[in-house]
Design a binder for this molecule. Structure first.
Ligand code: ASP
Ligand code: MG
Length: 385
């Protein structure tokens, strides 16, 4: 019998009524004759609320304890969805990440999955039960509970689909797939029918919240095709797979910290970032005696902005608040000199100062004032159709 992995995001399980609807959807798919594994995120804004609670307790909470707290969110959803299925007469059982055999490294708050041993999941599927799995979490070899980084339930779903040899990996959210830009920023954004892994990875890394970047990387390595769909009926969703698709899409990110520094400070600042497990989003600028460099890091990795700013300042770097990024992604985007000229011209015509440019074959990223991010995104989306 074929296994289907479905993942439901926070807004799809935000209240009791919506959880009932998800249960009905799962039951219908099961009735078609599939073994069902269902990964859930925390209800609504639960994860953000738990984070706020932690920050009220401590400006720099220990990451281990943060993970203990944040994993509670998904446990609530998994138990409630299992109850909803029981109510509808469908046998179901819920498991935490640890019970599901999701083994990670020990990088609390952004752990990577190193192995999946879904022994208990297989047993329960064999008994005809729907297995509900708490997304976004795992357990390290030292038996510590870990989380996979924001949006990490997608990663759980893809990793399980790979480990179980699933026929499909369906990621449900409140939008009908991946769009050419965030429709809240760019109203003309269009739904993309298909995207290749590379472009999707760039968009996810550049701030598109629709899919988690590590999940896409996992899917690419395991050859899993992701179907991103809307929880609400209708819509054809988007398919993320290996086939090249000639798309151009825009992503914006305002949740970043930019550091400006001189060459002489680069190595010590990078070592500090590495020690604090802060990842690099991008590096731009030139080295040498006159060179100034910009390092962009995700705010998500910074636990306590003031302490972070003070620590990098002590090393000679200057935090530059108030900046954001606009990224244009797609095959060939970063190698097209006319396209880059056009983007810079468009920014100049709007009077937007581009503080740094970063390109690679699949993307072009512009660092600009945070207040101009939306405007530049709309213009680049329009100009590159
Ligand atoms: N609940 C977690 C978050 O909000 C994980 C997820 O939604 O995938 O980031
Ligand atoms: Mg969530």
């Amino acid at each position: 019998m074929s296994v289907i992995v479905q993942k439901f995001g926070g807004s799809s399980v935000a209240d009791v009524e919506r959880i009932r609807k998800v249960a009905a959807r799962v039951a219908a798919r099961r009735a078609e004759g599939h073994q069902m594994v269902v990964v859930v995120s925390a209800m609504g804004d639960t994860t953000d609320e738990l984070l706020t609670l932690a920050k009220r307790m401590s400006s720099d909470p220990p990451r281990r304890e943060l993970d203990m707290l944040l994993t509670c969110g998904e446990r609530i959803s998994m138990a409630l969805l299992s109850m909803a299925l029981h109510e509808q007469g469908v046998p179901a059982i819920s498991f935490t990440g640890s019970q599901s055999g999701i083994i990670t490294d020990d990088a609390h708050s952004q752990a990577r999955i190193v192995e999946v041993r879904p022994v208990r999941i297989r047993e329960e599927l064999g008994k005809g039960r729907v297995v509900i799995v708490a997304g976004y979490q795992g357990v390290s070899r030292n038996r510590e509970v870990t989380t996979l980084g924001r949006g990490g339930s997608d990663t759980t779903a893809v990793a399980l689909a790979a480990a179980l040899g699933a026929e499909a990996c369906e990621i449900y959210s409140d939008v009908d797939g991946v769009f050419s830009a965030d429709p809240r920023v760019v109203p003309e954004a269009r739904k993309l029918e298909t995207l290749d892994y590379g472009t999707m990875q760039e968009l996810a890394a550049a701030g598109a919240r629709v899919l988690n970047a590590q999940a896409v990387e996992f899917a690419r390595n395991a050859g899993i095709v992701i179907e991103a769909r809307s929880t609400h009926a209708g819509g054809t969703g988007s398919r993320i797979g290996p086939d090249p698709a000639p798309v151009r899409a825009v992503a914006t990110d305002t949740e970043i910290r930019v550091l400006e520094l001189a060459d002489a400070q680069l190595e010590s600042v990078l070592r500090r970032l590495a020690g604090d497990e802060v990842r690099l989003r991008l590096v731009a600028g030139s080295r040498g005696a006159m060179g100034r460099l910009l390092l962009v890091v995700p705010l998500q990795d910074v636990h306590g902005v003031e302490a972070f700013d003070a620590s990098v300042r002590a090393l000679g770097a200057e935090p530059r608040p108030g900046l954001g990024t606009v990224t244009l992604a797609g095959p060939g985007v970063g190698t097209d000199s006319a396209l880059l000229a056009g983007c810079l011209g468009a920014a100049a015509a709007l009077g937007i100062e581009v503080r740094a440019v970063h390109g690679s074959p699949l993307q072009l990223t512009f660092v600009v004032d945070v207040g101009r991010v939306g405007e530049l995104a709309r213009e680049l989306h329009r100009a590159t159709r």
